[in-house]
Design a protein around this ligand. Structure first.
Ligand SMILES: [Zn+2]
Length: 283
């Protein structure tokens, strides 16, 4: 089917008490793997690209690949701009056919974040495209963003932020970090429950690569409706490719290791979808 927006997906997840998995893709193989996993599990799915991925392959190219693959699928697929770094990029993504955008003003102060988020949310609303923003800073490093880990989202600020910006979903910082964890992450789950009590739009968890299944499931129970997985997909893809090339260093056909990458990413995505509870939820 044609690409769908994330609006209904996330509202259904909020109503149903599960989360939609949002998976970062870097190439055609990863897009195919993610959609195959969604098909097999009958799950709604979000595919997303960061600004550095977009810089590498362009918005139009990713939009073309994802739309073509989604057209063959029976499950709803949404294409989302992850960590949109500027108003301009968010608008370009919507122009290119992205059906959901994030504006990440979390590096700005509160008022600056409100301002840029409201600006993008206004344009997105006019196009009936959902808009995610982030308040507080998710730790670690993704793309060119680096944050300290101790800047968790304040519940009352989150409430005010949601009301003033009109964004349709909100990424919260509760102790997760981008990239893989060095030690065991300490998640402030009580804070998540407090945010849920005062903010009624769907909440998003970033930095889920490497969290235990129990932690992800617990965050979903406490009100997370979208969980982002990026680093571990890249790792699974690269590991599978490396294995093929190590086994047969004379391999010259990109299809040979591409297939191995697809298989590895598909398996990982399926296991994460089950933890999010979105399997069987495509409608
Ligand atoms: Zn993120």
């Amino acid at each position: 089917m044609p690409l769908v927006t994330s609006k209904e997906m996330l509202l259904n997840a909020q109503k149903g008490g599960y989360a939609v998995g949002a998976f970062n893709a870097e190439n055609m193989e990863m897009v195919k793997a993610i959609i195959q996993a969604a098909e097999e599990l009958k799950a709604p799915v979000m595919i997303q690209t960061t600004p550095s991925t977009v810089k590498y392959g362009t918005l139009d190219t990713y939009a073309g690949i994802v739309a073509a693959e989604a057209a063959k699928a029976s499950v709803p697929v949404c294409l989302h701009l992850d960590h949109g770094s500027s108003f301009e990029l968010a608008v370009q993504a919507m122009d290119a056919g992205y059906t959901s955008v994030m504006i990440d003003g979390s590096k700005l102060d509160f008022e600056g974040n409100v301002e840029v988020s409201r600006k993008v949310a206004d344009v997105a609303a006019a196009l009936d495209i959902p808009c995610e923003a982030e308040l507080g800073k998710v730790g670690g490093k993704e793309d060119d963003l680096e944050a300290e880990a101790d800047t968790n989202t304040d519940p009352q600020e989150a409430k005010e932020f949601a009301e003033r910006t009109g964004v349709t979903s909100l990424a919260v910082a509760i102790g997760t970090a981008h990239g893989f964890y060095v030690g065991t992450p300490v998640l402030d789950k009580e804070r998540l429950s407090e945010i849920r009590k005062v903010v009624d739009i769907p909440l998003v968890l970033h930095g889920a690569s490497g969290l235990t299944d129990e932690d992800v499931a617990d965050c979903v129970r406490r009100g997370i409706c979208k969980v982002n997985f990026a680093t571990e997909l890249r790792a699974a893809y690269s590991k599978a490719v490396k294995e093929v090339l190590e086994q047969d260093p004379d391999t010259i056909d990109p299809k040979a290791y591409g297939k191995a990458g697809i298989k590895a990413v598909k398996e990982l995505v399926m296991s994460r979808m089950k933890v999010c509870g979105c399997d069987g939820k495509a409608c």
